[in-house]
Design a protein around this ligand. Structure first.
Ligand code: DP6
Length: 325
């Protein structure tokens, strides 16, 4: 059956053990394995169809606006050569979370696109194989394919660098309160940041210690041990930011408000509120908390200085196609 279009939904994810640096930037084989949870409530819906109006190029439309296509074209060329599809496409995508708020959308974008491609071209890939396809577009997209809590194995070639679910989305009801920090500064994107990771003398230390942190984090999730979980995710985030800050040239994503929030989160935890912080390649702080403490966190940070917006997400399912579309 030939489909005229195919639609998929996916979510971004927040990493607890971070991916920073690539062993192979072309294939996005990471320097270390990572663990994350999918963020339901933040949704990307992507539809693809053949570009019958202009067969010479792809047409990318995000939230109704035509976008520049170089990154998606590179992905489609690379993926098409591997999986055997060569059409020029119209890709229409909508995000229900604010663009420009610093929420990485490449993970949900490329995982949704991978699922839409799988259906459109009837690729018949397993979830693991699908995660490798998504990885070619954005490393972290690999982790938005399986459901719930996900581990991405580093691997050493295209086939062995894939993700699996280590616990389902209803295993442990954690929430991510995303505190969007005001910033006028232009940020350095992850793709550029990954290229700098090896210039930091701390990157090799971070990478060599990864298996230990992965094991602690995996166990903490399986056992729902919030104390261990909080300790290891904050350590991992701080280690990645130490690498960023000591790269050449250095990258400092922390803003004064970010640091004030990190300190506040630790203070709240000492007072018995189950919360822990983690930060990606930007000034926003993700406060991970248990269900009973979500309201506390949202109330507490509502009026906190330097916060522009609060977003809430729960543990989400993996990328999936939308039937009939
Ligand atoms: C700090 O997956 O955004 O969020 O592969 O170049 O698209 P590309 O990078 P990306 O990097 C994510 C970096 C991070 C940590 C993480 O999500 O593991």
């Amino acid at each position: 059956m030939i489909l005229r279009s195919s639609t998929a939904i996916s979510h971004p994810n927040i990493a607890f053990i971070k991916y920073w640096g690539n062993a192979d930037p072309e294939l996005r084989l990471p320097s270390n394995g990572s663990i994350s949870m999918n963020l339901e409530g933040l949704d990307t819906i992507t539809s693809i169809s053949k570009n019958t109006d202009d067969k010479s190029k792809h047409n990318l439309i995000i939230n109704g606006k035509t976008q520049e296509t170089s990154r998606v074209s590179t992905f489609l060329d690379k993926a098409g050569a591997m999986y055997g599809f060569h059409d020029t496409l119209v890709i229409e995508s909508t995000n229900n979370f604010p663009m420009g708020a610093g929420i990485a959308s490449s993970a949900s974008a490329y995982s949704a696109l991978a699922v839409a491609l799988q259906k459109f071209y009837q690729l018949n890939l397993s979830s693991m194989e699908l995660s490798t396809l998504a990885r070619l577009g954005s490393g972290s997209a690999c982790r938005s394919i399986p459901s719930g809590y996900v581990e991405w194995f580093q691997g050493n070639n295209h086939q062995t660098s894939y993700s699996i679910s280590i616990a389902s989305h209803d295993h442990w009801e954690l929430f991510d309160c995303i505190l969007v920090v005001n910033t006028g500064k232009k940020k350095i994107g992850s793709t550029e940041g990954h290229l700098r990771a090896d210039t930091s003398p701390y990157q090799s230390v971070r990478v060599h210690d990864t298996d230990r942190r992965l094991e602690i984090c995996r166990r903490a999730i399986i056992n729902q041990d919030f104390e261990k979980f909080a300790w290891i995710i904050e350590l991992d985030s701080d280690m990645m930011h130490a690498v960023m800050m000591t790269s050449n040239p250095p990258i400092t994503y922390w803003q004064p408000a970010s640091l004030a929030i990190l300190q506040e989160v630790r203070k709240l935890r000492r007072s018995g509120i189950e919360c822990a912080y983690t930060m990606d390649a930007g000034p926003n702080v993700h406060v991970i908390c248990t269900k009973d403490h979500v309201k506390n966190i949202l109330d507490h940070f509502e009026q906190f200085p330097g916060i522009h917006q609060l977003l809430l997400a729960k543990v989400g399912m993996g990328a999936r196609s939308i039937p009939g579309q």
